[in-house]
Write a protein that binds this ligand. Sequence first.
Ligand code: ATP
Ligand code: MG
Length: 395
Amino acid sequence: MERVLLVRYTEIHLKGLNRPFFEQKLIDNIKRALYGIKANVEREQGRIYIIGISDDVFDEAIERLKRVFGIHSISPAYAVDKDWDTVVATALSLIEKQVALRENLTFKVFARRSDKHYFMNSDGINRELGHLVLERFPSVRVDIHEPQIKLSVEIRDKAYIYAEEIPCSKGMPVGSSGKATLLISGGIDSPVAGYFMAKRGIVLSAVHFFSFPYTSDRARDKVVELTRLLSSYAGNIKLFLVPFTEIQEAIYENCPSKETTVIMRRLMMKISEMIAISEGSRALITGEALGQVASQTLESICATDDAVRIPVLRPLIGFDKDDIMDWARRIGTYETSILPYEDCCTVFVPKHPVTKPVLEDIRASEASFDFSDMIDRAIEKTEALSVKYSDPKAI
Ligand code: ATP
Ligand code: MG
């Protein structure tokens, strides 16, 4: 009996004429996620079938597919001959396994007949199979409204029989929405922000600013590891590591203390924008949430946005910190994010940062010093890493 994975996809259905493009992206991403696992990925009538996965890596394949955006759910199914006796025997053995797992099992049969030449129609299959299950397992009941088990039978080139539907990440296939550049710190929020944009089909690149020797090599390694964890959802990520010490020291020597955070954030944005444009990215992404800290008030956000021309996407803008932390745990970045290595933002924090910066004042303070040579030097010394999830450790 051959085991296959039946993959259902989500919003791709809505994309009309673009649908083949979205489907192809999804298939490419599925193949990439299954690297090292022998499998054939086939598309047929709004479904994707993955066949030929050997039993020892079947669960591993499911775990990887749960991270592929664009997949709504997966059902592990038996693909058997369409011969009715085989269909019945397979369906009964599936129910038998479930009966062993729980008492008072309820079920409903869902038949779909794509092969219109099959000798029985969907209603007939529903009725016949339902009857045979009840006859064989007296403790089992039909529940047409809320069955515990949906016994599904699809008659196509073969009969596909399954009873389980594993929910997946949903979203859109990475690569279907263009490219954007994530400002990634070592904190909790920015990896979650990257996750949400990748979920909408964005290909990510990432920029990290570090201030050696104020920040350590371990802080840098932590960011590389966070990027690696993110790449298990987002695919390969190019990570730019920008040396920021000289610029930060110049800000603190030359600008009013209470404005240093906003000016530092503006310069981060400017450098990120230059890198983003050179990379073909159309937007920046940050992990900011409104009101979370002094630099995330509406006034501060306006003052930082003013430094760049391309859009700044802030997928967490309306999130509470608790909810962001829950997501970080869920996607597996939390434990790394809370490692206690300092970020360059936290090294030079002013005692009394301005919470309502006046844009004209900030512009004037920033213009009082010429940062342009330092910006050029920082970009010149930027190191680019290609971070892949398949690397055991990308550092
Ligand atoms: P995070 O948990 O992501 O660090 P945060 O709540 O600590 O966020 P800030 O330190 O104010 O907030 O940073 C806000 C955003 O600025 C971050 O989410 C990230 O997008 C960006 N950012 C902060 N520090 C860096 C850095 N060193 N390199 C690149 N981007 C950064
Ligand atoms: Mg931070």
